[in-house]
Design a protein around this ligand. Structure first.
Ligand SMILES: Cc1cc2nc3c(=O)[nH]c(=O)nc-3n(C[C@H](O)[C@H](O)[C@H](O)COP(=O)(O)O)c2cc1C
Length: 383
């Protein structure tokens, strides 16, 4: 059994254990994957400055968000098709999050339904909304409220289907079609094939009773591209719980979200999966935090506890974790997710000690040193 000491170890095992087509769906970005590199590289622009002679013998990573305590300053991001990685993957993620005392966000294209996840997992459950059809969106929101979800996350960064070139090359589809390629990959990964085939991980659970064409449209990522600020106001008026807007990058957009009653904004480039040329959200965070009053959340590219510490120090209230926990899910189901969460928690705690900060709530930009991006390569060559 390999030793897993960091998220990268889980990533490598997930790569080995999943069929290539499935791993590429999980891992891939838009275009030529530049967004993945941008997201990771941006963390190096910020360094953490240790402070000395501070009592860090007792430390806490807990934070407050929306009047509740999170045991660690992160939560599990919404991701679709988790059942391709592990049977009932949504429930495994939700249970691992509950055990760790952090929220789990259920995606619209989940493979366990809104109601099933609420019945089988305790803890803070949030629901992520994609708007394909407005009437259907209203119905999903009503179902989420009835099932006990009290935080709604509206994702706004899929105005068009992204060009995911790994998926296009691999012929990825959902439900997965039997092609010579996928059959060969399944035969090479019998444990995955047995697990996923046995549990029929090929449905979008929230749409089973839906007679419209919403599910295929959702899978083609044909969201309602006509959304304007009016829709946000509509949602604000109809949803009595907390409302988060996910996928904002522009500071002025963030201000408008708060003006229209959002409780938080999640700075995100969808993990580099939508627009290849988008900046890294962690790089935008200080600019947005300087201009905006309101709860800021952030995701995209977080793989280390120190990444999370940097985000909180730069003004985020909490971080959403996407692929890092999915690697754990693909390797070991709920226990794999728990292991990844434990690694992140341990790294956060260790980083807090290293920088002389006893509590995640005391993090501030005083702990950050900025490194200007190197521009040498862009300078004009002297004649
Ligand atoms: C496999 C996968 C599926 C995703 N599905 C959704 C989704 O259904 N809804 C959504 O709002 N974001 C979705 N996302 C984006 C994540 O919520 C999050 O923004 C992103 O994963 C953060 O980047 P990271 O993976 O580098 O942590 C998905 C991401 C991945 C990797």
């Amino acid at each position: 059994m390999p030793r897993f000491i960091n998220v990268e170890d889980f990533r490598e095992q997930a790569r080995r254990r999943l069929p290539r087509t499935v791993f590429d769906y999980l891992e891939g970005g838009a275009g030529n994957d530049r967004g993945l590199e941008t997201n990771r590289a941006a963390f190096d622009r910020f360094e953490l400055v240790p402070k000395r002679f501070r009592n860090v013998s007792v430390r806490s990573s807990a934070i407050e968000l929306f009047g509740a305590t999170l045991a660690a300053p992160f939560f599990i991001a919404p991701t679709g098709l988790n059942g391709l990685l592990w049977p009932d993957g949504d429930i495994a993620l939700a249970r691992a999050a509950a055990a760790a005392g952090v929220p789990f966000v259920l995606s619209t294209p989940s493979q366990c339904s809104i109601e099933e996840v609420a019945a089988k997992a305790s803890g803070a459950l949030w629901f992520q909304l994609y708007v394909v059809d407005r009437a259907l969106a209203d119905a999903l929101v009503a179902r989420a409220w009835t099932a006990g979800y009290r935080t709604l996350m509206l994702t706004v960064d899929v105005p068009a289907s992204p060009k995911r070139e790994r998926d296009l090359h691999n012929g990825f589809s959902f439900p997965m079609r039997a092609t010579p390629r996928t059959i060969a990959e399944s035969l090479a990964h019998p444990r995955w094939t047995y697990r996923v085939a046995r549990h029929g991980g090929q449905v979008l659970a929230n749409f089973l009773s839906d007679a419209t064409s919403a599910a295929p449209a959702l899978l083609r990522r044909e969201m309602d591209a006509s959304l304007t600020w009016t829709y946000l106001s509509h949602l604000r008026a109809s949803w009595p719980g907390r409302l988060i807007v996910k996928g904002v990058m522009d500071p002025l957009d963030a201000i408008k979200c708060f003006e229209r009653g959002a409780d938080a904004v999640l700075l995100s480039n969808h993990g580099g999966r939508q627009l290849d040329s988008a900046p890294a959200p962690i790089a935008m965070l200080p600019h947005v935090a300087a201009l905006v009053e309101g709860t800021l959340l952030v995701d995209s590219g977080f793989r280390r506890g120190s990444d999370i510490v940097k985000a909180i120090a730069l003004g985020a209230s909490a971080v959403a974790i996407g692929r890092a926990v999915l690697y754990g899910l693909a390797v070991g189901g709920e226990s794999g997710v728990r292991d990844v969460i434990a690694i992140l928690e341990d790294e956060i705690d260790n980083t807090l000690a290293q920088i002389g900060c006893a509590s995640a709530t005391a993090l501030s930009s005083e702990f950050i040193a900025y490194r200007a991006p190197t521009t040498t390569a862009m300078l004009p060559v002297a004649p």
